[in-house]
Design a protein around this ligand. Structure first.
Ligand code: PCA
Length: 202
């Protein structure tokens, strides 16, 4: 069994993105599951193709996309990706779309095809803060979630796919008063738990 995991590069003035560090920490094989790790630029125009070319090459059994949602206080499997780009700040290529549909012909939204309830509960059972999120935002993470789900839907492929946001790492909030940070060990455990929860259902 193969599960593709994607991480984003740092953005928004941060020098790290916790998702990249999580992927570096995770083994290449987890309880017999091969983990395919993909590093994705924080760019509206290139993120989807980066993931889809890895999907075509590796034909994974499931796809788990990861991103940072600084300011959240839990690991949050996303329930829904919407057909909208509306950036508050430029992406890493300098692009700042406002009120633009991702695909004018596409449906308004896609639900995650990952078991989001089971993932959130399994992570919370380990004592790590986790809950379902009902909005992945309107920035690059939502763009990637919507676009990859759209590809699978158009191709009629039933590959479970979805997005999980993680908070800032503890190290990232040292200079941010009152902002939640999570230890790397907890985040890695959360992502491992998500992988095993998804794998159990395949
Ligand atoms: N988080 C951003 C984009 C990259 C990332 O890690 C987002 O939530 O859209």
């Amino acid at each position: 069994m193969k599960i593709l995991l994607s991480a984003f590069e740092p953005f928004g003035g941060e020098s790290v993105n916790p998702t990249q560090i999580i992927l570096q920490e995770l083994p290449d094989t987890l309880e017999g599951i091969t983990l395919i790790k993909v590093n994705v630029p924080v760019e509206f125009d290139t993120c989807t193709e980066t993931v889809m070319s890895a999907v075509r090459r590796e034909t994974p059994d499931a796809v788990i996309l990861l991103g940072q949602a600084g300011g959240r206080d839990a690991v949050t499997p996303e329930r829904i990706g919407i057909n909208l780009d509306d950036a508050r700040m430029a992406d890493n290529a300098g692009k700042c779309p406002k009120d633009i549909p991702i695909d004018p012909e596409g449906p308004a939204a896609y639900f995650s095809t990952l078991p989001v309830r089971e993932i959130a509960e399994a992570i919370a059972e380990k004592g790590i803060p986790a809950r379902i999120s009902n909005s992945a935002g309107t920035y690059v993470c939502n763009h990637l979630m919507y676009s990859v789900l759209h590809f699978f839907a158009k191709e009629g492929r039933e590959v479970p796919c979805g997005f999980i946001h993680v908070p800032y790492l503890s190290e990232q909030v040292k200079d941010k008063e009152g902002v939640y940070g999570m230890a790397l060990a907890e985040m890695s455990e959360a992502v491992k738990t998500a992988v095993l929860t998804v794998a159990k259902k395949l």
